[in-house]
Design a protein around this ligand. Structure first.
Ligand SMILES: *Cc1c(COP(=O)(O)O)cnc(C)c1O
Length: 498
């Protein structure tokens, strides 16, 4: 539950420290506690600065905008309650907790006792499981994100600059690479990586047809030709054994995709690339924090490309991306191409573009990076829970579960195969208010815009089969055990009846 603590209840909690049920519930993370920053003077009247500080560490501080305040002032009703009620609605909180529920009309108002009762009661049946609820994490990150963003807004340095550099250093450290370059999106990370290698017209780049469009789209945008190689049916990643026969004198690079958060089988790919003098660009957009034989995603190839799209495991509040590399030469090239090839300023020796990252996105990424390991571990735990639940309910003959071929899988998606009943299952789950999605329904070699490449249906049977059979289930760190049990129970109902 997400609750806003009314000032009267905070003041009482501070006066009566041994008996502050609400604060204990927040501390134990049994609910998310929020407090409006305008209540802080009243809190200080009751408590010392130190007590107030330790209190605020347990809670997320909601700072109303001038517009929120204006609305409350103009309402003709008591300011504090109106503002609180407005914020509860605007921020999607579940209730306000107050000593005087009668002061609040038109929203759920609970006394601390009622809140305790509600949380102690056996949970009601699960009614909905969203594929992803980005706002569920705001409670954890908001104070840190707002600190970073306020610094940037006050400084006026909006593009690149020290905030982006600091995020790059931290990301390079996280990915165990020498360098990282923040860019405008994951798609642009792929494009700028190809440009830094000098890939262009006449060149070929080998990749998987079973991936997000951007992987191959970037190859075309660089002026080169994508050459597809089918996937391994277990990992959904490019099959190294099939790559060699597709190499021609024009081949310049291989882009293995670490799909769904699990690394491609990199050793044979890297070895082949070394033998043939090809570059390797890891499409690690879904795989931040993933590992292959102890090496982090993005640290194995010549470059690694990441995305900060909000639905990725480390998402910004908008578009953003990153390229990692251990090569000083590529690093310098990436930094020049990122700013229109300008080096020194207004002198252009190479062709570049606007691949710059906003400081505000770097702020969000930096703040969230502190939580990434915890979130990743929760995703991995959720994957284990699904495995157990599917096994316990005898569903494994009907659904194929995603194995962890190369630890560690970071489960940007948890993707099952549901054979030829996938579409039916998806409709059934949607009807039960369970979010699920197909990544991806059409393999890239069969996309209209790639017709001129000359591929036909049947060319990549494993990719085509995966596109027909796979379904992604809710796996994010906000999903709890009861929700997973509900998902598996509904899949059981679909295949086996009650
Ligand atoms: C998301 C994604 C991209 C593109 O990233 P954007 O930030 O959305 O441009 C590229 N490749 C893969 C595999 C992705 O999942």
């Amino acid at each position: 539950m997400r609750i806003l603590l009314d000032v009267d209840c905070l003041v009482q909690a501070l006066k009566n420290r041994t008996d502050s049920a609400v604060l204990n519930l927040c501390r134990q993370k049994r609910c998310q506690g929020w407090v409006v920053s305008t209540s802080i003077p009243a809190i200080l009247e009751e408590a010392g600065a130190q007590d107030a500080q330790s209190l605020l560490r347990e809670l997320a501080v909601l700072t109303p905008t001038a517009h929120d305040i204006d609305l409350a002032l103009g309402s003709g009703k008591p300011f504090t309650q109106t503002l609180a009620a407005h914020l509860v609605k605007a921020c999607g909180l579940d209730a306000v907790v107050t000593l005087s529920p009668e002061k609040f009309s038109g929203l759920t108002a609970l006394t601390p006792g009622q809140l305790q009762e509600k949380l102690d009661a056996p949970p009601g049946p699960v009614e909905e499981v969203r594929l992803l609820d980005i706002t569920a994490s705001y409670h954890q990150i908001l104070n840190e994100v707002e600190k970073e963003m306020a610094e940037t807004i006050r400084s006026g340095h909006f593009i690149l600059g020290s905030k982006v550099s600091r995020m790059e250093e931290r990301m390079a450290d996280y990915c165990q690479t020498k360098y990282a370059v923040g860019v405008s999106s994951g798609t642009d990370a792929l494009l700028i990586a190809l440009m830094a290698l000098g890939v262009g017209p006449g060149d070929e780049v080998i990749t998987s047809p079973y991936t997000f469009f951007a992987t191959a789209g970037s190859i075309i945008r660089a002026g080169a030709k994508p050459v597809f190689v089918d996937i391994n049916d277990i990992t959904f990643n490019i099959k190294p054994e099939h790559i060699e026969r597709c190499i021609t004198p024009n081949t310049k690079a291989i882009i293995p995709v670490h799909l769904y958060g699990q690394c491609a089988d990199m050793d044979p790919i890297l070895q082949l690339a070394r033998e043939k003098g090809l570059a390797v660009i890891e499409d690690a957009a879904q795989a931040i924090g993933s590992e292959y034989k102890g090496r982090p995603a993005g640290s194995m190839g010549d470059m690694g490309c990441f995305s900060f799209f909000p639905a990725k495991n480390l998402g910004g509040f908008g578009d953003g991306g990153l390229v990692t590399t251990n090569s000083e030469e590529l690093y310098n090239q990436l930094k020049i191409i990122r700013v229109h090839g300008s080096e020194p300023k207004y002198y252009h020796k190479v062709m570049g573009g606007n691949f710059r990252l906003d400081a505000l996105q770097a702020d969000v990424v930096s703040a969230k990076l502190n939580f990434l390991e915890g979130w990743t571990e929760k995703r991995r735990k959720n994957a284990q829970t699904y495995h157990q639940l599917f096994k316990d309910s005898a569903l494994t003959p009907f659904v194929q579960l995603p194995p962890e071929a190369f630890p560690r899988h970071v489960y940007n998606q948890y993707v099952i195969r549901a054979g030829n009943r996938r579409d039916e299952l998806r409709a059934f789950l949607n009807e039960k208010r369970i979010g699920c999605e197909i990544y991806y329904p059409v393999p890239l070699h069969l996309q209209d815009c790639f017709k001129s490449l000359g591929y036909r249906s049947g060319d990549f049977p494993e990719s085509e089969k995966a596109a027909r059979e796979t379904l992604a289930l809710p796996i994010s760190h906000e999903v709890d055990w009861a929700q997973q049990e509900y998902v598996v129970a509904m899949i059981h109902r679909f295949f086996l009846g009650e």
